[in-house]
Design a protein around this ligand. Structure first.
Ligand SMILES: CC(C)(COP(=O)(O)OP(=O)(O)OC[C@H]1O[C@@H](n2cnc3c(N)ncnc32)[C@H](O)[C@@H]1OP(=O)(O)O)[C@@H](O)C(=O)NCCC(=O)NCCS
Length: 192
């Protein structure tokens, strides 16, 4: 697997790499693994309902890796995984029920960022930005022309903020309400 060259983040060295099959089958280590921690079989729950969901998610991610090469990126430093982002082609994101922009223009050319997470003790050091730049590079190399993402403009539920996306070329296209929550749908047009 080709690795991006390490970038200095304050005092840490961080590099990103695509999530691979072995990550899902054998697991990843590090404080930033968060929800990806439950994907390998060794970490499946004893609760049959939770296990069903974990199994289903693992199957989905493995299929995505089989079809598209990966399902996201991890940011790795000396402690292991410090953060990650997951993404899908827009056609898949829609089938899974993620918020996407309306209309079918550029449907096949759009990648949707589903989730981004940096371990709390390492936030504010640029890792989120490295992951977002990594998604842009990954998408551009594979011929995508647009990336969509959703974030919080104002902190509400501590979900991921729009700010790092906006400083990397995304613009807010519309507000997305869900009950009392208000998110921002963002879009980034990639250079041809
Ligand atoms: C959003 C998140 C990924 C950003 O990661 P990060 O490594 O802290 O981001 P960066 O250090 O690259 O920050 C980039 C810019 O965004 C700003 N920023 C980051 N998080 C912010 C927040 N919560 N509110 C306002 N601005 C924020 C930074 O100040 C920085 O601005 P600058 O370029 O002007 O200096 C991280 O805060 C996070 O993991 N939040 C929780 C997300 C979550 O719960 N995800 C699970 C659901 S998907």
């Amino acid at each position: 697997m080709k690795r991006r060259s390490p970038l200095p983040v304050k005092k840490m060295m961080v590099e990103t790499r695509p999530i691979c099959r072995a990550d899902l089958e054998q697991g990843m280590t590090g404080p930033g693994v968060y929800c990806l921690r439950t994907l390998p079989r060794s970490n499946w729950s004893d609760d049959p309902d939770v296990r069903d969901l974990q199994q289903l998610r693992q199957k989905l991610y493995l299929e995505l890796i089989g079809r598209f090469g990966t399902c996201g990126l991890v940011a790795v430093d000396d402690d292991g995984v410090a953060g990650f982002t997951t993404f899908f082609p827009k056609t898949i994101a829609r089938r899974l029920g993620f918020y996407t922009m309306l209309g079918d223009d550029e449907l096949e050319d759009t990648l949707v960022v589903a989730c981004i997470h940096v371990t709390p003790s390492k936030r504010g050091c640029g890792i989120g930005s490295i992951l977002i730049q990594g998604v842009k590079d990954w998408a551009a190399q594979r011929g995508y022309s647009v990336i969509e993402a959703i974030g919080e403009g104002q902190p509400q539920y501590g979900w991921h903020a729009s700010a790092p996306f906006l400083s990397l070329g995304f613009e807010v296209v519309r507000e997305q309400r869900h009950g009392s929550w208000c998110g921002q749908m963002m879009r980034c047009k990639l250079e041809a």
